[in-house]
Write a protein that binds this ligand. Structure first.
Ligand code: MLT
Length: 247
């Protein structure tokens, strides 16, 4: 389970126990975030680097068999690099609230500005104020907002800035979609402002044999905002994703 930005493994806190009963769950903190620290203020952590890190983690855990990769937003951007570089490590894909396009020049510039302000103020507050209104729906519980703030504050300014620069540098992945051969579930949220359902469905339905579901009433982080609906959907789909049940 690969979290989004500016979060960490705790983004999946409502999934660990539920899915640990069904299989092995691995939910790391990506390089630069949570407890995975980096050194230096001017790093750029690319999506490819994250994919390399994840494969190294699997190797260190002696997990040679392919996994079901569940990525949320930035986790989905990393899934594209897994598909490009390590397709044999994938058994199924769950793409939650994510995008295939690169940043526009304006979006990328905004991320660089945010990285600079985060370092200058040595604080995640600017990231929280810019991103939170777009991460959750208007009706999200305040506990969800607090959990996201807490996750943002658990990372160092250097790690947050390096991740923002990596997000700004990511490339378009549209050309990978028709070549995906593993079972793929794409999950969107009715009120997602970052990866809206119409945008997600337009690309997700070009993945051969994929399933696309929009969860009602939620924003960009459904595992936190609607854990029961998210867990039920994933539980129902898991036999198909792991290849133990045909479509
Ligand atoms: C995320 O949740 O990972 C971010 O919203 C990704 C992004 O800002 O593009």
């Amino acid at each position: 389970m690969v979290h989004g930005f500016p979060m960490n493994h705790a983004q999946w806190e409502n999934q660990f126990l539920h899915f640990a009963a069904l299989g092995r769950v691995i939910a790391p903190d990506l390089r630069g975030l949570g407890q995975s620290h980096i050194i230096g203020d001017d790093a750029v952590i690319s999506m490819e680097q994250h994919a390399d890190d994840l494969v190294q983690l699997l190797d260190e855990l002696h997990l040679a068999e392919p996994v079901v990769f569940i990525g949320l937003s930035m986790g989905g951007y990393i899934a594209w690099q897994m598909l490009r570089k390590y397709p044999k490590r994938l058994r199924g894909l769950v793409l939650c609230h994510t995008r295939v396009v690169a940043d526009t020049p304006e979006q990328a510039a905004g991320r660089h500005q945010l990285a600079a302000e985060t370092l200058q103020t040595a604080s995640s507050l600017k990231i929280e104020s810019v991103m939170l209104p777009r991460l959750v729906s208007g009706s999200a519980d305040s506990a969800v907002t607090s959990a996201i703030r807490q996750m943002a504050r658990s990372s160092t300014p250097a790690g947050l800035a390096a991740t923002l620069r990596g997000l700004a540098a990511r490339s378009d992945a549209t050309n990978l979609l028709p070549g995906i051969t593993v079972p793929t579930l794409a999950i969107s949220g009715e009120h997602d402002a970052i990866s809206p359902p119409a945008e997600m469905s337009a690309w997700a339905t070009t993945i051969p044999g994929s399933r696309f579901v929009t969860l009602p009433g939620v924003g960009h982080v459904s595992p936190l905002e609607a854990p029961a609906a998210f867990n039920q959907l994933l539980t129902e789909t898991l036999p198909w994703l792991t290849g133990t049940m045909s479509r």
